[in-house]
Design a protein around this ligand. Structure first.
Ligand SMILES: CC(=O)SCCNC(=O)CCNC(=O)[C@H](O)C(C)(C)COP(=O)(O)OP(=O)(O)OC[C@H]1O[C@@H](n2cnc3c(N)ncnc32)[C@H](O)[C@@H]1OP(=O)(O)O
Ligand SMILES: O=C([O-])CC(=O)C(=O)O
Length: 446
């Protein structure tokens, strides 16, 4: 008999012993998902790295929804993008700001970029031994694997001293773009039988320029393309201490484990489709929607397809309209606003206006329907337009979430360091035992 049948039987029977009725969570005052009754997050820390604002409190404590604002070290990200004078290192500048708490001078930024650029080279046999000989079918898992392997190349890998954490973290940030690009090349070479192309990163290039340089067979890109990718990396760099992958980082690091294990845990969290992995899901969902109703679809066709998604009758049956909703933002996610603007500008050049206009149309209707159906303001989030922006840059879907990792690594690092410096307690909340006490029954009497 198939052994799985036994397993299914044990599993079925277990429901009599393991069930926890949903009303008990309320009864015992459990904050599910670390959320308060009004869905806002439970306070679990203090930070000066970033602030994510989606609502205000009235004098009587009532939650008032507002347009979203994201601050990096107290500076509105819109100000940072607006004042970026096309120097091409916005992501590096924001990384400096997030890590050190102040805006770098020209000279400081130059030295900081030199530190990153000096770390671009991978250890001698790393590419051959770990990436080419060992292709991975999911690049997020491959990034975790590669990071855990970098541990072996560090002469003092378990040192979690704050300054060493900073140095190791910057070294990982330097190397991750080439690791991700090569992992992709290795994957398509092995699984898709495509030619293997390896371009070594250039030390005079920014993170964004190098990614385009390494990914494109002819290594060519325009300044406008590099700027768009630089902005993308900038927009994903941090999102406060409450976001799942950053909280994961802090939880894991609080055990004093090594930085490689900690970062690998955050990558695992970010991969999830309710979190960073949503950028892939949006792209798949929108492709399927466009295949089904076309870019010239009417309001009622879009409304119909959104209801099908909500009713789990379309695509992956999760019931989620990916790219919408957020734990903090209500009326708008400022990153989505910025990305919409950039996508609109680039769409014409890339002859993708039809698709961009469809995204706009779908977005307006999805926001209306979701807000009505769920009884709360819901907006498009950063993941809604990010895949479209990457597609405009010719970046493959496999790399959408890895690019999020490349960017967010600095946020994880900044919070990791902040927590080591000022909080430094093992994270250890409590759960209440709600099962019965049982007598042990000897085997022959069961
Ligand atoms: C970088 C990032 O991580 S951005 C987020 C990327 N994730 C996505 O785009 C996935 C789709 N969105 C979601 O799953 C959610 O909106 C999240 C995970 C982002 C936020 O979740 P929460 O804050 O827990 O949502 P919240 O509790 O306010 O949701 C209220 C209700 O709306 C539903 N809901 C929320 N978002 C969506 C959505 N996009 N589609 C359908 N239903 C949704 C929830 O399932 C919940 O339904 P219920 O009351 O029937 O259980
Ligand atoms: O804040 C969140 O919960 C998710 C998010 O947008 C991010 O991590 O960028």
């Amino acid at each position: 008999m198939d052994k799985n049948i036994y397993l299914a039987q044990f599993y079925g029977k277990s429901q009599n012993y393991t069930n926890i009725p949903s009303q008990w969570y309320k009864k015992y005052g459990v904050k599910r998902g670390l959320r308060n009754e009004d869905h806002t997050g439970v306070l679990v820390g203090l930070t000066r790295v970033a602030d994510v604002v989606g609502y205000q409190r009235a004098e009587d404590g009532q939650k008032i929804d507002i347009d979203g604002i994201l601050y990096y070290r107290g500076i509105d990200i819109r100000e940072l993008v607006k004042n970026d004078r096309d120097h091409g290192y916005l992501y590096e500048e924001a990384s400096f700001l997030l890590l050190f708490g102040y805006l770098p001078t020209k000279n400081e930024l130059k030295h900081f970029c030199t530190v990153l650029q000096e770390g671009y080279d991978l250890p001698d046999d790393f590419l051959e031994a770990n990436l080419l000989h060992n292709p991975g079918k999911n690049l997020m898992n491959k990034l975790q694997h590669a990071l855990l392997t970098l541990y072996n190349y560090d002469p003092d890998p378990d040192n979690t001293d704050v300054y060493q954490t900073l140095r190791k973290g910057l070294n990982i940030m330097s190397k991750l773009p080439s690791i991700a690009c090569y992992a992709y090349m290795s994957k398509i070479h092995y699984y898709n039988r495509q030619s293997l192309i390896i371009h070594y990163p250039r030390k005079d290039y920014s993170t964004a320029e190098n990614i385009l340089y390494m990914l494109r067979p002819d290594s060519k890109f325009t300044a406008k393309e590099a700027r768009l990718l630089d902005v993308m990396l900038f927009l994903h760099a941090d999102h406060g201490g409450g976001t799942n992958s950053t909280f994961t980082n802090v939880v894991v690091a609080s055990t004093d484990t090594d930085l490689y294990s900690t970062m690998a845990s955050s990558i695992g969290a970010l991969k999830g489709p309710r979190h960073g992995g949503a950028n892939v899901k949006v792209s798949e969902m929108m492709e399927r929607v466009i295949d089904t109703i076309g870019t010239k679809a009417t309001d009622s066709q879009i409304t119909d397809v959104i209801h099908r998604i909500l009713n789990k009758d379309f695509q992956n049956h999760s019931g989620l309209v990916y790219g919408f909703g957020h734990a903090v933002y209500t009326l708008s996610d400022p990153r989505a606003e910025i990305l919409r603007h950039f996508c609109g500008t680039v769409a014409k050049e890339k002859k993708m206006e039809d698709i961009f206009n469809f995204y706009r149309h779908f977005e307006k209707i999805a926001v209306q329907i979701l807000s009505q159906e769920k009884g709360a303001n819901m907006c498009s989030n950063v993941d809604y337009y990010s895949g479209l922006a990457y597609a405009m840059l010719g970046i493959p879907r496999d790399l959408f979430t890895p690019l999020f990792v490349i960017s967010r690594l600095v946020g994880w690092l900044a919070h990791n360091i902040e927590n080591k410096l000022y909080d430094d307690r093992i994270v250890r909340p409590a759960t209440k035992y709600v099962g019965d006490l049982m007598d042990y029954i000897p085997m022959e009497e069961r």
